[in-house]
Write a protein that binds this ligand. Structure first.
Ligand SMILES: O=P(O)(O)O[C@@H]1C[C@H](O)[C@@H](CO)O1
Ligand code: HPA
Length: 329
């Protein structure tokens, strides 16, 4: 045997004697045995509701309130494709997430996303870019944390802006769907940010989920859609929340349509649950980015302008609703 060979390039393995192979197998067996006998790692399961204590959330809110000029009344959370909507905020104070004590940083967005504290149509707002998603490895307690933080900042109205795929045939790419209810596939399995001990300072444990999407805000959104001549582009529908990141199969798509879903996405339901728990009024708008499987996709060249129209309509709706609330209209 050539003792000068230093690296295994595959050829040398061919030269192994039966004895060497037996020795190698014994070594592997020994290693596996060692791993099997090793003490299991101590995994402490932290209930979702305990990831951030009331005091943690209070500290975050204190930091923001100190930096804000006015007590915020409206909170906006944007999904990944919607971050540009933060341009709506007039002369904002821009906050870095790393400066907010214990605020969860998205592994996806890192420090690219920021928080904007300022005014929109005269109303004091906080706008949060870069929603956290479960499919990026964030626990639900972190995904929904910004909602509680907004509540403790004094926010009363929460606007959740996201994108989704169409399930109903009449929801087209670039349309805006005003969410009236949801089917939370996670929640059914007990995977919910409220799982664990309940801190009544946030709300009561068995929170009712009727009117989780505020009817008055939905009516206002639909009324404004008519006023601005966009009623053919603004629909009202039910959101199915799934885990992702893979999109749904055709069978899942058909199933969701049968059980009453109009759109499908991978966010908002945990946020809405926590918002309902702490008594926020919620409006959620979703821009359709993926057509329903049985509807012809728009020509590739039209996608960008359809989505930009959808984002524009969403910002019109949010701005006009805030204007109307601010002016008691
Ligand atoms: O935060 P949203 O829901 O807008 O994030 C988008 C839409 C889906 O949930 C997910 C996959 O595209 O990202
Ligand atoms: O087509 C989709 N399916 C699920 N979630 C989504 N979020 C955006 N588009 C989609």
């Amino acid at each position: 045997m050539n003792r000068n060979i230093k690296m295994c390039n595959g050829d040398c393995c061919m030269l192994k004697t039966a004895l060497q192979i037996r020795r190698m197998k014994l070594l592997i067996e020994k290693q596996l045995q060692k791993e099997a006998n090793a003490k299991p790692k101590n995994i402490i399961v932290t209930p979702q509701s305990s990831l951030y204590s009331y005091e943690d959330v209070q500290n975050m809110a204190k930091y923001i309130i100190n930096r804000a000029e006015k007590k915020p009344k409206y909170g906006l959370i944007f999904g990944s494709h919607m971050n540009k909507l933060s341009d709506l905020v007039d002369s904002p104070t821009v906050l870095e997430y790393t400066d907010i004590p214990k605020f969860p940083i998205s592994p996806l967005h890192g420090t690219n996303c920021k928080m904007f504290v300022g005014e929109l149509m005269g109303g004091p707002v906080i706008a949060i870019q870069g929603r956290l998603h479960y499919y990026d490895g964030n626990p639900f307690g972190s995904c929904a944390l910004p909602v509680r933080m907004l509540k403790l900042c004094g926010v009363e109205y929460l606007f959740l802006i996201c994108s989704a795929g169409a399930i109903a045939a009449d929801c087209k790419v670039g349309d805006v769907v005003v969410i009236k209810d949801h089917i939370n596939m996670f929640g059914w399995g007990g995977n919910c940010p409220l799982v664990g001990p309940n801190d009544v300072r946030f709300g009561s444990h068995n929170v009712t989920m009727t009117n989780a999407y505020d009817e008055k805000l939905i009516d206002r959104a639909m009324e404004i859609a008519r006023e601005i001549g966009q009623d053919d582009r603004v629909k009202c529908g039910v959101y199915a929340c799934v885990g992702g990141p893979a999109l749904e199969t055709p069978a899942e798509h058909r199933f969701l349509r049968k059980i009453g879903a109009d759109v499908i996405g991978m966010s908002i339901a945990p946020e809405v649950t926590v918002a309902r728990h702490c008594g926020l009024k919620v409006l959620s708008l979703t821009v359709i980015t993926v057509p329903s499987i049985d509807v012809a996709a728009p020509p590739q060249n039209d996608y960008a302008s359809l989505l930009s129209e959808g984002r524009h309509i969403s910002s019109e709706l949010v701005s006009r609703i805030i204007y109307k609330i601010q002016n008691n209209l």
